[in-house]
Design a protein around this ligand. Structure first.
Ligand code: 13P
Length: 254
């Protein structure tokens, strides 16, 4: 059985003091939850401070991006080893905002995944179609291409350390969630892709999270579907009460 995961993507929100306060509140609000993996992904500058708050808990720490080189003359970038050094176990890769605003390609996503796996960071790899692509009925073709690009030449043995997040771009920050049926259909498509292109074992083991306007009110009906193993939460992860409520509601589905 796949252990559910609820991950909070704080995006470019909160200075260090605010990040520390939020992580302390999350730590104090969450019950011990052995059945749900909980992860928070603050901005780079707050990673190590949040790590100090969470290091004695089960709550994991993730970054929102990395660069694939170990070190060197790459002004403004941050390497996998630097994230490890800050206390990270996870890293979000290929978020649609990075693809859109920073021109990240599937090839770059692939390099980033390889670099993360090499150092022992668990990549949370994001895929998802835009509204235009969905309206043109191209969503599965788009996701197929993103999966092929992202997981090109990634060893089956490494795939067990990967998490995938399906985030339809039209549902991010819009309040417009995919229906549980729409989400399940794509999650099933992704799992089938894993069976066809990797193997059955990988396909059965990988956690596929849904992201896009997840709230305490809709997490249960999303997670009631067989292939939805949790959520990558944006806006609703910025308040301890709502984030904790999402975790709590997710737990009730198990
Ligand atoms: P929202 O939950 O704010 O829609 O954001 C989703 C997201 O992009 C998580 O990575």
């Amino acid at each position: 059985m796949r252990k559910p995961m609820i991950a909070g993507n704080w995006k470019m929100h909160k200075i260090i003091s605010e990040s520390v306060a939020l992580s302390e509140k999350i730590k104090n609000t969450l019950e011990k939850n052995v059945h749900v993996d909980v992860v928070v992904c603050p901005v780079f500058t707050a990673l190590n401070s949040v790590y100090s708050v969470l290091e004695d808990t089960d709550i994991g720490l993730g970054a929102q991006n990395l660069y694939w080189e170990k070190e060197g003359a790459f002004t403004g970038e941050i390497s996998p080893i630097m994230l490890k050094d800050s206390g990270c176990e996870y890293v979000i890769i290929g978020h649609s905002e990075r693809r859109k605003y920073f021109s990240e390609t599937d090839e770059m996503v692939n390099k980033k995944i390889k670099a993360a796996l090499e150092i022992g960071l668990t990549p949370i790899v994001c895929v998802g179609e835009t509204l235009e692509e969905r309206e043109a009925a191209k969503e599965t073709a788009v996701i197929n291409a993103q999966l092929e690009g992202a997981f090109n030449n990634i060893d089956i043995n490494d795939m067990g350390n990967v998490i995938i997040a399906y985030e339809p771009v039209w549902a991010i920050g819009t309040g417009k969630t995919a229906t549980p049926q729409q989400a399940q259909q794509i999650h099933q498509f992704i799992r089938q892709w894993l069976t066809d292109n990797k193997d059955n074992e990988v396909s059965a083991a990988i956690r596929i999270l849904y992201g896009g306007s997840v709230k305490p009110e809709n997490i249960k009906e999303l997670m009631d579907n067989e292939d939805i193993d949790g959520a990558l939460v944006g806006g609703a992860s910025l308040k301890a009460e709502t984030f904790a409520q999402i975790v709590k509601n997710a737990k009730e589905v198990i």
